[in-house]
Design a protein around this ligand. Structure first.
Ligand code: 58G
Length: 230
């Protein structure tokens, strides 16, 4: 899988991906991340990528030409999709992440300032995705959220031990509580059931905990989950 990230700040993308599990997956060629900087496609001598809005108002708007030319310079694979990260997009969820993981290439468009000249949308016609109902100063964090969430669904990113299908949301429930050493910390003990080696009992306990916690912490998810159970 290839992620092509259009961004004015490629270091933001590269820095995050140079750590931990992302770094391991990249060095194992599980997926590839390229950055494309629209500033490299400017035609003016000051490499200006933004300008004041027609009609007035605060802030700057990203100019169409550098973004469109940068977009057109990207080699498109057959099974490819272009995504603009924006608060106007459809909110990302686990189902969408699974669907996005079926593409061979995702082109991610990150904006800044007050957003994009509308003609970028009209020409590129990207799918718009949001990571939640709030506004950020740039699309890089949402792009990284998407890359992280999608890449961990790809075979080879996570180890067997870190498997994604036991996680919150894959079964519609939040996760059960986890414990590690020591057996007692500040008088708080690890539940006995986790120490007895009976895996049938452990699985039952964990499922019960997942259900209870979902009911309390995420009643919205619990409603959905109980409906899929009838
Ligand atoms: C309004 C404001 C429209 C994604 C800013 C477009 C991107 C939040 C999300 C923008 C983002 C999200 C400029 C900065 C997009 C542009 C970017 N903020 N919720 N900000 O996924």
């Amino acid at each position: 899988m290839i992620f092509d990230v259009m961004t004015l700040f490629p270091e933001m993308i590269e820095d995050y991906l140079s750590h931990s599990i992302m770094k391991r997956a990249l060095s194992n060629d599980v997926f590839t991340v390229n950055t494309i900087n629209p500033r490299d496609y400017t035609l003016n001598k000051h490499k200006k990528v933004d300008d004041t809005p027609y009609g007035g108002g605060a802030g700057m708007v990203l100019m169409a030409q550098p973004y469109v030319d940068a977009y057109e310079s990207i080699k498109k694979l057959e099974n490819s999709q272009t995504i603009m990260l924006s608060p106007q997009g459809k909110p990302l969820n686990d189902g969408m992440v699974n669907e996005l993981a079926t593409f061979d290439q995702l082109i991610l468009m990150c904006g800044h300032y007050e957003g994009f000249d509308e003609r970028i949308r009209e020409i590129v016609k990207p799918r718009e995705i949001s990571i939640g109902d709030f506004v950020l100063t740039g699309g890089e964090l949402p792009a990284l959220c998407l890359i992280d969430a999608v890449s961990r669904k790809i075979e080879g990113t996570l180890g067997k031990i870190e498997s994604a299908d036991e996680d919150t949301f894959s079964n519609g429930l939040v996760e059960y509580p986890h414990y590690t050493k020591p057996r007692e910390y500040r008088g708080l003990k690890v539940p006995d059931v986790l120490l007895n080696g009976n895996h049938k009992e452990i699985n039952e306990y964990r499922l019960q905990q997942s259900i209870e916690r979902t009911k309390i912490k995420r009643p919205d998810l619990y409603e959905k989950w109980s409906k899929t159970c009838d």
